[in-house]
Design a protein around this ligand. Structure first.
Ligand SMILES: [Zn+2]
Length: 121
């Protein structure tokens, strides 16, 4: 069995070990194990990483959008803000699962885990 690239597995929401089984049982909840290879996902924890990346990416997209809508097209403030906020919410909800799976796949590949006192000694 070949291990898929973490980018490919993560963006396709697939297992970082086999690339077949789905990593989520619901919107952002990890499965306990892979249905393809049985890999244990119980220690999966991407933390706040995906949200941080999403905020940066979505902010970089919707900020110019707001400027164009408000100053370029001169839409009323309430309409420009409504379009921008709607776009921000939709983009955040759409990008969170693939980024969470991507960071989990990168953690899996590099065997990243929370640091302990044994790591310092
Ligand atoms: Zn698997």
């Amino acid at each position: 069995m070949t291990t898929p690239s973490p980018i490919s597995a993560g963006l396709r929401l697939r297992c970082p070990q086999c690339g077949r089984g789905e990593v989520f049982s619901s919107y952002l909840k990890f499965r306990d194990h892979c249905r393809g290879c049985g890999a244990d996902f119980t220690k999966a924890d991407a933390g706040d990483g995906p949200a941080v990346f999403i905020v940066l990416i979505v902010g970089a997209i919707v900020t110019p959008l707001l400027i164009v809508l408000q100053f370029g097209l001169q839409l009323p403030d309430w309409l420009a803000l409504s379009i921008t906020m709607g776009a921000a919410v939709i983009l955040c909800l759409a990008l969170l699962p693939p980024f969470k799976a991507l960071l989990f796949a990168l953690q899996w590949k590099h065997k990243a885990r929370e640091a302990t006192h044994e790591d310092v000694e």
